[in-house]
Write a protein that binds this ligand. Structure first.
Ligand code: GLC
Length: 741
């Protein structure tokens, strides 16, 4: 529809219809036959709210959404179609590794392909908008939502943010917008804006206190990358920033997002985040909350009646000019128009494609490839790849479990996931298996739905499982131990104060170790854990995160040596929880400590090391790689010249196997008007090499990569000396220097 027609439509709408476009209703109401039922209606929505709503959350299925759309549009006074939105974080039904695992692949192009598959499966199921990518900088392993992010580095997060937005939407057209009318192109929704990952204590929804400089240099770049990639929507975060909750924060939403970055898309609140301005104590009631959110420029109220119940009155009282209401409504209508919903309100909903395309072999193959590339080999003392699977036993609660999807894989059946046991069969291993223990946690576990699931089993059953496992372990050469966090120990509202594996799994590890020291641990987790003991008692340690639909197959591909592990840590794994938050790109402080320095008065702990157990960017391979010294084509970069310095290395596969290495470029600004990180990632390249093969990897270093918010708050590079590091982890000392003159 032409813009002029959109504006005509807008001017035809009653104020009730305008407000309706800004209201999002939970899908459950439409599932229950458009009936407003009792307990489900915690928000007291009315039938009128339902009749005029603009969008629906979390209902899926081609036939169901086609039926809802038809009936809804018949009843709507201007027949305006609904937007269907859902949380597709790492796939719709073909489940990919959790985003933290995808970050570990250091391969954004692979995540872009995964996003394309997720978008097309979701499109066939009738969806229009996916609530991802989540790009919150995550430095605190206690926070359950680190699994939804790609980790602790602003640059890596920015690469993945752009890749996933483009995977969902396609590239930007001449008008700066993607062609969402194309099949399988859906709107992305970058979240949670902003700095949700900075919660104090890693406690979900908690206070975030950041300087403007830290906010802008470390927390905002990934959201900005998503906006520059053309994301059509942004979601607000629950947290305060500078003591003002994001959903009421005009500085964040109007000054930065809309003015500075030029974002003109739709801004949707997180679930009930507008109503929560009341519990934050900055609004005395929902009417005030609605006022503050509209002033901040939040367009859609997710699943509360703040807007539905108050905007009309606020406009009639003149507190909200109707032009401001129109501004928000027009953005929503434009989004529907960009998706082509006025011409085709059912878009790509297709029941037959749903049956043939969803979980097809091609999609499974991509998921299997993405999973294998996400695994990080942290230790290997000759135990991997497995040489004799016949005399290898697979023991642990994950062995026969299909519960290997991330916590947000809400539309995927576990029956679709390939367990390790199934993977063993598919790979033709004749290995024996044993459970060893159940998924018992040391605290009551709640599923996503809040139901209190009891994973604590009875002692007798546990004892029998343990004894069977110990017997099996004593009778075989190698034990593959499958341990870690169950998916519902991670995700939203799953912050933890301890970072260890469940105590029953610790006991299993120790009892197995008594009878067999040839242990390969396969660790499932959604966050960095304290792996001191697991690592000490294992000959090899492979982190597989929450690998998704093809987890069992991918794990056997890597354990057997069919695929060499190539993942690198996207988050530092701490020595223990007391170190957290620990991250590589820290400031040096005035008293930087280096291991072994005897001086007492330095920034360090007296009882544990400063260094994490495993650092950012670290990961082993089945092969070996040599990275040459750095060659610079010049060592002076004239300021304002627009030129670049080219830093190159030669990477050679000096081992026996085809494998991949991730070459990482870090830069340190030696002296500036504000304290700088000891080093910061500025480039990555993943190279796949056959044995003996070598490749030249070159990075162009330009002035804009060196910019910072100086003491005068201006964002620009400052003259001086810089050190470049190029290597295969954040600890590389392969260095060279240049100056910005
Ligand atoms: C949740 C999450 C957000 C999600 C939204 C809709 O509370 O914070 O990431 O997209 O609500 O489910």
């Amino acid at each position: 529809m032409q813009e002029s027609r959109l504006k005509e439509l807008l001017s035809d709408l009653t104020i009730e219809e305008k407000v309706g476009q800004l209201v999002q209703i939970p899908g459950s109401f439409f599932e229950e036959d458009f009936v407003i039922t009792g307990p489900a209606n915690a928000m007291n929505f009315t039938k009128e709210d339902l009749r005029l709503a603009g969008s629906v959350l979390s209902v899926v299925g081609a036939e169901k959404l086609t039926d809802i759309q038809k009936r809804f549009m018949d009843e709507h006074p201007h027949h305006i179609p609904l937007l269907f939105m859902a949380d597709i974080i790492n796939g719709y039904r073909t489940i990919f590794p959790v985003p933290l695992a995808q970050g570990a692949s250091f391969h954004p192009a692979l995540s872009k392909k995964a996003a394309e598959v997720a978008a097309l499966e979701s499109a066939y199921a009738g969806l229009h908008l996916l609530f991802s990518p989540m790009v919150d900088l995550s430095r605190d392993a206690r926070w359950g939502r680190v699994m939804e992010s790609t980790g602790e580095d602003p640059y890596l997060n920015s690469l993945f943010a752009a890749a996933i937005v483009e995977g969902y939407q396609g590239g930007k057209g001449a008008d700066g917008h993607p062609a969402l009318t194309e099949k399988g192109r859906l709107s992305a929704c970058v979240k949670h804006f902003a700095a949700y990952g900075g919660a104090i204590g890693g406690r979900d929804y908690n206070t975030v206190e950041l300087s403007e400089r830290t906010l802008r240099e470390e927390y905002l770049p990934s959201y900005q990358a998503a906006v520059e990639a053309g994301t059509e929507t942004v979601m607000t975060s629950f947290n305060v920033l500078n003591r003002i909750p994001a959903s009421g924060n005009r500085h964040l939403m109007r000054d930065i997002l809309r003015q500075e970055w030029g974002f003109d898309g739709v801004l949707i609140s997180d679930w009930a985040a507008i109503a929560e301005l009341v519990s934050h104590g900055i609004a005395e009631d929902q009417k005030e909350a609605a006022y503050l959110a509209m002033q901040a420029g939040v367009d859609i109220d997710m699943c509360t009646r703040c807007y539905a119940g108050n905007l009309k009155e606020l406009v009639e009282e003149g507190r909200i000019p109707e032009t401001r209401l129109d501004e928000a409504v027009l953005r929503v209508l434009r989004l529907k128009n960009r998706l082509g919903l006025f011409e085709d309100p059912f878009k790509d909903a297709d029941a037959s494609q749903e049956k043939t395309y969803i979980l097809c072999n091609e999609n499974r193959k991509l998921s299997r490839e993405a999973a294998a590339e996400s695994f990080v080999l942290l230790k290997n003392e000759g135990a991997l790849p497995l040489t004799d699977t016949d005399s290898t036993a697979f023991i642990g609660p994950f062995t026969d479990s299909a519960r290997i999807n991330g916590a947000w894989s809400i539309f995927a059946g576990e029956k679709d996931a390939v367990s390790i046991e199934a993977g063993i069969k598919n790979a033709g291993f004749s290995s024996k298996t044993a459970k060893g223990c159940l998924f018992s946690a040391d605290y009551p576990l709640q599923g996503m739905g809040g139901k209190n699931a009891d994973y604590l089993s009875d002692e007798k059953e546990e004892e029998a499982l343990l004894q069977e496992a110990v017997r099996l372990a004593g009778a075989c050469e190698t034990v593959v131990l499958t341990l870690g966090e169950l998916n519902i120990m991670t995700g939203e509202a799953a912050s933890r104060g301890m970072l260890d594996i469940p105590s029953k799994q610790q006991r299993l590890l120790r009892e197995i170790y008594k009878v067999n020291q040839n242990i390969v641990t396969v660790l499932f987790t959604g966050r960095p854990l304290d792996l001191r003991e697991v690592s000490a008692l294992s000959k090899a340690l492979l982190v597989v995160w929450q690998p998704g639909s093809e987890g069992g197959n991918a794990i056997c591909d890597v354990l057997s040596g069919k695929v060499s592990p190539s993942g690198k840590l996207p988050m530092s794994f701490p020595y223990c929880v007391g170190q957290v938050p620990v991250y590589y790109n820290e400031l040096s402080t005035g008293r930087r400590y280096r291991e072994g320095d005897p001086n007492k008065f330095l920034s360090k702990y007296i009882d544990i090391p400063n260094a994490p157990l495993y650092p950012f960017g670290f990961g082993l391979s089945y092969s070996a790689f040599a990275i040459s010294e750095i060659m610079l084509d010049r060592d002076i970069l004239p300021m304002g010249s627009g030129e670049s310095i080219h830093a190159s290395v030669t990477v050679k596969n000096t081992g026996e196997r085809e494998a991949a290495e991730v070459v990482q470029l870090y830069i340190r600004d030696e002296v500036a008007s504000t304290a700088r990180p000891v080093r910061a990632l500025k480039g990555i390249e993943k190279v796949f090499l056959k044995p003996g093969e070598e490749k030249k990897v070159s990075f162009a270093i330009s002035e804009d990569m060196l910019r910072l918010y100086g003491a005068d708050d201006e964002f620009r590079a400052e003259k001086g000396d810089f050190t470049i590091y190029i290597g295969n982890s954040s600890e590389t000392e392969n260095a060279a220097r240049f100056s910005l003159s």
